[in-house]
Design a binder for this molecule. Structure first.
Ligand code: SF4
Ligand code: SF4
Length: 83
């Protein structure tokens, strides 16, 4: 069975504009101040992965095209690698 898709953010490009948040019909995204660096005020993150349908509306709303849809299982693996 194909793995469920969820958004993954290219943080180097993200300018924390917040446009992806209201684009999500299910309120899955939030802006977080966790992991701040000297250039950015916030980072978008997927707060409610269980409610995400992989519809990609957040990716379409991003003005700098820094959201990609990836398999949820890949995201878990990436988080493990980065921790
Ligand atoms: S893919 Fe769709 S449901 Fe998932 S976070 Fe983006 S807008 Fe929300
Ligand atoms: S719409 Fe794009 S640039 Fe704006 S906060 Fe979301 S991911 Fe970042």
């Amino acid at each position: 069975m194909a793995s469920k898709k969820v958004p993954s953010f290219e943080y180097a490009l993200c300018m924390a504009c917040g446009s992806c948040l209201p684009a999500c019909p299910f309120g899955c995204l939030s802006l977080s101040k966790q992991g701040l660096d000297r250039y950015r005020t916030a980072f978008p993150r997927l707060d409610r992965p269980e409610s995400c349908t992989g519809c990609a509306l957040c990716a379409k709303a991003c003005p700098v095209d820094c959201i990609g849809l990836v398999a949820a299982s890949d995201l878990v693996e990436r988080k493990k690698e980065n921790s």
